[in-house]
Design a binder for this molecule. Structure first.
Ligand code: GLY
Length: 366
């Protein structure tokens, strides 16, 4: 069992990582259940995992109520939030109760937000079932729903009380989703850990093929990196947590152009965005060109795209820059961009000119 603490004073919690943990989750959940029934929110894609968890809790004498929502990004909506909060209130939720979010980023974000507002805040536990949720979204307390104005625009910081990660649940994850989640793993190397990027270069093939040792190492290393950054800058105010947005500004524009649809997964957009952030940094003379080439080569080697075209986006630079103007990170008319001085040397630059970004994107129509 690997235990990674997220040190946030009275909001501190542990991330526990262990193969087969889902079937043994009752040991960890019993103290939070306090002898009461636990609500488990999940989606139709993870029903086998829900059955495993319910069996484990049932064997331990903990009653459960399963709330199964439709899978997909559209579940992060006002309508589903209203339905879920009504169900939780109907379940008799108390502030000291803990709702279990069993699923990927959509379930984690929606349940986390519902728990931030129901009775002005109740507890919740994240049990992430996708690679992306295990290495990124389940840790750190960002919760949100989408609105017609954009993604994640309504939300709150609300930390879970516990995160339980069972790498074995990834065995049934579609390869495309695994690759997309891998982008967020590489991100930790690119941000501030060149040795981990080298590890990724050497071990990505094994990890993506499901090698349990490589997978567990990558998850634990990523969670430890995220825990360290979140502990330093929980609410993204000092600039440290903003580093986790590497590739996300370019990526967000690509996702917006794809209509936030299954045509382009978040991790696929982030991968292309990271390659673009390095290529743009190299073009500006901030980063050695060979580092940008190396990043793009690694992403291509694992089957991720390194440019808009490579992920099926043919829009011109002006169109993509226009999507960036609607980014929620816009601050006083400027958009803080994550750029790099090299692999493992990412920094925030608030002086990037979106016209220059558009020109860069049009060069050879990337
Ligand atoms: N996924 C970025 C963050 O949690 O800050």
């Amino acid at each position: 069992m690997t235990r990674i603490p997220v040190a946030l004073g009275e909001r501190s919690y542990d991330v526990m990582i262990e193969r087969g943990l889902l079937a043994r989750a009752a040991d960890r959940l019993a103290p939070l259940a306090r002898g009461r029934s636990m609500a488990i929110v999940s989606d139709a894609n993870v029903e086998p995992h829900l059955a495993t968890l319910q069996r484990a809790l049932d064997d331990a004498g903990i009653a459960t109520e399963a709330i199964v929502l439709p899978p997909g990004e559209t579940t992060k909506s006002w309508a589903q939030l209203e339905g879920l909060t009504d169900r939780l209130l109907g379940h008799g939720i108390e502030r000291s109760d803990h709702v279990v979010a069993l699923g990927g980023g959509v379930i984690g974000d929606l349940v986390g937000f519902a728990c931030a507002i129901v009775k002005r805040g109740c507890g919740f536990v994240q049990i992430p079932t996708t690679l992306l949720a295990q290495v990124d979204s389940s840790v750190g307390g960002k919760t949100a729903i989408n609105t017609t104005a954009g993604k994640n625009l309504i939300g709150a910081f609300h930390q879970p009380a516990l995160v339980l990660i069972d790498p074995d649940v990834l065995d049934t994850l579609p390869p495309r989703e695994t690759r997309a989640g891998y982008a967020e793993i590489v991100k930790y190397g690119l941000i501030d850990d060149p040795a981990f990027f080298e590890w990724c270069e050497a071990n990505a093939a094994k990890l993506l093929a499901g090698d349990p040792t490589a997978r567990e190492h990558a998850i634990a290393h990523s969670v430890a990196a995220k825990a360290r950054i979140v502990a330093e800058d929980e609410r993204e105010t000092s600039g440290k947590r903003a580093l986790l947005n590497l590739g996300h500004t370019f990526g967000h524009a690509l996702e917006a152009e794809a209509g936030f649809s299954g045509k382009l997964l978040h991790g696929e957009a982030v991968a292309a965005g990271m390659a673009l952030a390095f290529a743009y940094s190299a073009r500006r003379g901030l980063c050695p060109a060979e580092d940008a080439v190396r990043v793009a080569a690694h992403l291509r080697a694992v089957g991720l795209g390194d440019s808009p075209r490579a992920v099926g986006i043919t829009a011109n630079g002006a169109t993509l820059a226009d999507h960036m103007r609607h980014d929620k990170k816009m601050d006083g008319g400027t958009l803080p961009f994550l750029l790099a001085r090299g692999i493992g040397r990412t920094f925030v630059d608030a002086s990037v000119d979106l016209t220059d970004i558009a020109a860069f994107l049009d060069e050879g129509r990337r």
